[in-house]
Design a protein around this ligand. Structure first.
Ligand SMILES: Nc1ncnc2c1ncn2[C@@H]1O[C@H](COP(=O)(O)OP(=O)(O)OP(=O)(O)O)[C@@H](O)[C@H]1O
Ligand SMILES: [Mg+2]
Length: 242
C-alpha cells in the first residue's frame, strides 16, 4: 500500500471497500497495531503514535476486532468464547471460574447479537452466521472505544446484517465508539457507514461520505483495468466465481 493517509473521527462508522487482495485486511491489521507500517505512523488521539509500547498497550486494551475467519474455539460454548474477549482482564493462568459480573456482561453481549438462547451451545454446533455473531459478541463484551471488523457480516444474511448494523449504530450513538468495517457488500456499506474509504491498486481511491459513493466511484474502485493490464473485478463477483 502506498500514500495511505486517513483519519477516523470519534463516533463515526467507516466502511472500507475494495477488490479482493487490495489490502483491506492489511489496513485493518495496521490499524489494530498487529502489523507495523513499513513507513509512516499510526497515531491514536489520547495515546499518540503506536510505535510507543505504552500507547500500543493502551490502544490494544480499548480496541476489539471481529475477524474474517471468526477465530473461535470450537470445543467451547458460545458464552465461553465471548468471555475470551475479556481474557486480558484476568491472570492468564487463572483456574478460577469467570466472575459473575463478567458472565453477565458476556450474556448481555450475546443478547445484543440475538444469540442469548444459544449461550451454552458449543460453537462447533453453530451455523456460520451464528458463529459470526459470537465473534461480534466477543468484540462487544470488551466495551471497546475502537471496533474493527474484517467482513463481520460475510456469513449472515442481509436482514440480520442490517440488524447488527443498527446495533453498531446504537452503540456509536450511546458510547464513545469508533467503528471501522471492511464490507464487501456495497449496499451494506452505503446503508451502514457514515463514510466510505475505497481502496484500489494499493491506494485510497475514494474517501467521502457514504452518500457521495456513486456509480463512478464504484467503477473507479471495482471496474477499471489497471496500468499493468490486470482486471479488477468486484469482490462479490470474484467470491461467486470461487
Ligand atoms: N503476511 C503477508 N505477507 C506478504 N503478503 C501478504 C501477507 N498478507 C497478505 N499479503 C498480500 O497482501 C495483499 C493484500 O492482502 P489482504 O489480505 O490485505 O487483502 P484483502 O483486501 O483483505 O483481500 P480479501 O478481500 O480477499 O480479504 C495480497 O496480495 C496478499 O497476498
Ligand atoms: Mg481480507
Amino acid at each position: 500500500m502506498h500514500d495511505v493517509s486517513l483519519s477516523f473521527p470519534n463516533r463515526t462508522i467507516t466502511a472500507v471497500v475494495g477488490p479482493s487482495g487490495v489490502g483491506k485486511t492489511t489496513l485493518m491489521r495496521t490499524l489494530n497495531g498487529l502489523l507495523p507500517p513499513a513507513q509512516g505512523v499510526v497515531s491514536v488521539a489520547e495515546f499518540g503514535p503506536l510505535d510507543n509500547p505504552v500507547a500500543w498497550q493502551e490502544m490494544r486494551r480499548r480496541t476489539a476486532t471481529v475477524f474474517q475467519d471468526h477465530a473461535l474455539i470450537d470445543r467451547l460454548t458460545a458464552i465461553d468464547n465471548v468471555l475470551l474477549g475479556l481474557a486480558d482482564s484476568r491472570h492468564p493462568l487463572s483456574l478460577l471460574p469467570w466472575p459473575r459480573s463478567f458472565r453477565i456482561r458476556a450474556a448481555q453481549a450475546l443478547d445484543e447479537v440475538g444469540l442469548l438462547g444459544r449461550a451454552t451451545a458449543r460453537v462447533a454446533q453453530l451455523s456460520g452466521g451464528e458463529r459470526q455473531r459470537v465473534g461480534i459478541a466477543r468484540a462487544l463484551v470488551r466495551r471497546p472505544r475502537l471496533l474493527l471488523g474484517d467482513e463481520p457480516f460475510a456469513a449472515v444474511d442481509l436482514a440480520l446484517a442490517r440488524r447488527l448494523g443498527d446495533e453498531f449504530r446504537h452503540l456509536v450513538a450511546r458510547s464513545n465508539l469508533t467503528v471501522i468495517l471492511v464490507l464487501h457488500q456495497l449496499q451494506m456499506a452505503r446503508t451502514l457507514a457514515d463514510r466510505i474509504v475505497g481502496l484500489a491498486n494499493g491506494r485510497v481511491a475514494f474517501d467521502g461520505s457514504a452518500t457521495e459513493f456513486d456509480a463512478s466511484a464504484e467503477h473507479r474502485i471495482f471496474g477499471t483495468a489497471t496500468s499493468e493490464g490486470d482486471f479488477l473485478c468486484p469482490a462479490n463477483q470474484e467470491r461467486e466465481a470461487i
